[in-house]
Design a protein. Sequence first.
Length: 258
Amino acid sequence: MYEDLSGKVAIVTGGSKGIGKAIVKRFVNENSIVISLSRHIPEDRIDGAFYMKTDVSKLSDVKSAINEVIGRYKTVDILINNAGIEEYSNLSSTDENMWDNIMNINVKGIYNTSRECIPLMMNNHRGNIVNMSSVQAQIITKNAAAYVTSKHAVIGLTKSIALDYAPYIRCNAVLPATIDTPLVDKAAMLEVGNNTELINKKKLEWGKEHPLGRIGRVDEVANAVAFLASDESSFITGASLFVDGGLSIKAPISTPEE
């Protein structure tokens, strides 16, 4: 628990499922005032969180949502840009609609929310932004050209915000590897079909590629986000925090055992 998060107004984008849902839960448990912005309002909502139907890729939606938050709570202390999508295609097979959709949510969404929150944070002389990137900003898989590009862009935007608005706003990125989410289930399904046993087997197979021997849990990513949003990370800004079970340090070759 981080005592300084209690009472803070925290916006979480993409908070309806997966990692976003875990972040909402973690911040509710920290006694923060949590507002989830997502295109769909989940049926299984986290008690204590407030949900707003918002498409972060649309500036008008974001303006309306942020204005409502400010009207109700007077401030925004923490912005967690988690909303994101992934589609699988190499560049030649990526049509304009797919490219724009991924960029609009994964990158422009961060632009929209941050641009609306930064003036208030600067006026308050304090603020914290955490952006969700991916281990694919460091090492990449084939056939994910638009997604990989978007997650590299998140790192650049994170660094720009951190430098441009210091010392009042801290901005950092979290880079998860394979995390047990509906998005990973979808990726496994594309390989093995809609078969639960085969999907779970595929996830175990992917887990073995991580030095820690498994895929990650959503709460482990939420823990990293809470740390970066708290005063425990008060001298960290512009950083990329890998939550990847060591995947990004592993070379894809083998060496002789001792």
